[in-house]
Design a protein around this ligand. Structure first.
Ligand code: FAD
Ligand code: NAD
Length: 483
């Protein structure tokens, strides 16, 4: 079925990438570098997507100054020099500079410099290989892809079933990462990654924060990681309410205080409400029904990123829209595989589904996802949690210990941290690692090499951690394992 719009221009190109976020940009770049000349990126909003303007970059920019201050205050000698107040305005301005004040010119320059074509507008699938793009002026362009259409449209926040929510103004992560001021009282609903990070940021910038979690804090991680982050948030003065769920919300006008009623009868009051209860694929209005798929669903992909359930090997997807590992770096990893496989298949290579860990496969999306949660303590995780490993039927042994090595005690007085290693005993390899503590973010990549490399434990023993660093925790883990 084709849209017959008067004045529609029709063009044939090699590849159409729908969505110019971090994932889409990388798919397009790899496909072009692989030899495909006409690669079009369709973007409806800002080139660079969520990560650059309303997610990773601004949220980390809001967190970093107060993390640096807290770290200095834990080191006698430095602490004496760090006695002033946070300069909130300077923090907000630095955040704004990281988003280029929500201007995407430099990213547009990059796209064009990379030899790609940018088409501004809203894209919809319109049957096999066809994409119809509606521009801001209402004009439409129909693109027909000779090689592939790649969907990289990302995700949007999910609204939880709370009575009255659709009738009040509230913050999603977009408003929370782009706010020009700090609300005196902030209610945060949802204690996943977004809720925990932004509760930390706003508390340290001066808000009275109440964090409401229907489940445990950071419930997708090892339980101990969530407990340590919840303890730290409480110590900083955040009221952490776990257990009861929000049942209704009301607000006096647009600017008045917001009242959140919990199902145990408690009423919490704030000046802003941040709803951070997860994200879902942005596929409701993408024309999925024109290719036999159900609108609103995540796109189910095979190991090469090809969308299952669509014939003819032309539709691919990567990034948040797949529902797998919704993280910038994991989306870009999938993007590299998809861009490469599309180009290889155009050359008549890379037939069939790639083998695990081979060049065009996205195996790490299932077995070696890396993630850092930038709370204080940080959480750095790779691969499977102990529970996920058990659920996968592996022969699991878990080694866990507090991080107490020379490197950590030098890093901060009273350093507290925790490490956990999940071993698949049948293969004697590590399938999951979690570190919790100040400055563990940079340990994440060592764990990624161990998990993705499937380094045998008796060889890992020979990877000697330098002294005195926090990396020495690897040695302690292996000793606790029995090596
Ligand atoms: C508050 C917050 C903090 C985060 N922090 C981190 C972090 O520290 N590290 C990390 O790795 N991840 C982080 N993430 C996750 C990260 O932001 C996402 O995983 C990443 O942005 C997904 O990239 P994407 O390209 O798949 O989607 P997006 O960045 O959402 O890009 C999709 C693009 O497609 C466009 N689009 C959508 N539909 C259409 C259409 N029909 N036509 C044309 N264009 C369309 C959109 O405008 C958008 O630009 C964070 C997320 C949030 C919410
Ligand atoms: N540092 C990072 O890497 C980073 C930072 C932020 C976001 N992200 C990505 O963005 C994604 C989305 O983050 P998120 O925090 O929105 O989602 P999430 O899935 O991590 O957490 C959602 C939380 O909301 C809770 N929840 C769901 N429904 C609820 C309800 N009705 N009432 C109360 N609580 C409810 C869940 O129990 C969960 O704790 C994450 O999966 C993550 O991959 C990454």
């Amino acid at each position: 079925m084709s849209e017959q719009t008067p004045g529609t221009q029709e063009r044939e190109v090699d590849v159409v990438v729908i969505g110019g976020g971090s994932t889409g940009e990388n798919v397009a770049d790899r496909a072009h570098r692989g030899g495909l000349g006409e690669v079009v990126v369709v973007e409806d909003e800002l080139v660079g997507g969520e990560c650059s303007y309303w997610a990773c970059m601004p949220s980390k920019a809001l967190l970093r100054p107060t993390a640096a201050l807290a770290a200095a205050r834990r080191v006698p000698g430095a602490a004496a020099a760090a006695t002033g107040e946070v300069d909130v305005q300077a923090v907000l301005e630095r955040r704004t500079s990281f988003t280029s004040d929500w201007d995407d010119s430099s990213q547009v320059e990059w796209v064009e410099g990379a030899g790609l074509e940018l088409l501004r507008g809203r894209a919809r699938l319109d049957g096999e290989r066809r994409v119809v793009v509606t521009g801001a002026d209402g004009g439409t362009t129909a693109l027909v892809a000779r090689q592939a259409v790649v969907v990289a449209v990302g995700s949007t926040p999910k609204a939880p079933p709370v009575d009255g929510l659709d009738g009040v103004r509230y913050w999603t992560s977009r408003e929370a990462t782009s706010s020009r001021s700090v609300p005196p009282r902030l209610l945060v609903l949802g204690a996943g990654v977004v809720g925990s990070e932004l509760a930390t940021a706003y508390r340290r910038l001066g808000s009275d924060v109440t964090l409401v979690a229907g489940s445990a804090v950071l419930s997708a991680f090892e339980p101990r990681a969530g407990e340590l982050v919840a303890d730290a948030l409480r110590e900083e003065g955040v009221e952490v309410v776990t257990g009861p769920r929000a049942s209704s919300v009301e607000r006096d006008g647009d600017e008045g205080e917001v009242r959140l009623t919990l199902d145990d009868g408690r009423v919490l009051v704030g000046d802003e409400l941040l709803v951070a209860t997860g994200r879902g694929p942005q596929t409701g209005d993408l024309g999925l029904e024109t290719v036999g798929l159900e609108p609103g669903q995540a796109l189910d992909i095979d190991a090469a990123g090809q969308v299952r359930g669509v014939d003819g090997r032309w539709l691919y997807a990567a990034g948040d829209v797949t529902g797998l590992a919704p993280l910038t770096h994991m989306g870009k990893y999938a993007a590299r595989a998809v861009g490469d496989v599309v180009a290889a298949r155009a050359r008549g290579e890379a037939d069939g589904e790639p083998a695990p860990w081979s060049k065009h496969a996205t195996t790490a999306l299932h077995r070696a996802v890396t993630q850092v949660v930038f709370t204080d303590p940080e959480v750095a995780s790779v691969g499977l949690t102990a529970q996920q490993a058990r659920d996968a039927g592996l022969d699991v042994r878990v080694v866990e210990l507090d991080i107490a090595v020379a490197g950590s005690s030098l890093q901060a007085d009273g350093y507290t941290g925790w490490a956990c290693m999940v071993v698949d005993e049948s293969r004697s390899v590590v399938v999951g690692v979690t570190f919790v503590g100040q400055d563990v973010a940079e340990l994440c990549q060592s764990a990624a090499v161990v998990v993705a490399g499937e380094v045998p434990l008796d060889r890992l023993w020979h990877a000697v951690p330098p002294y005195p660093t926090i990396s020495e925790v690897w040695l302690r883990l292996l000793e606790a394992y029995g090596l």
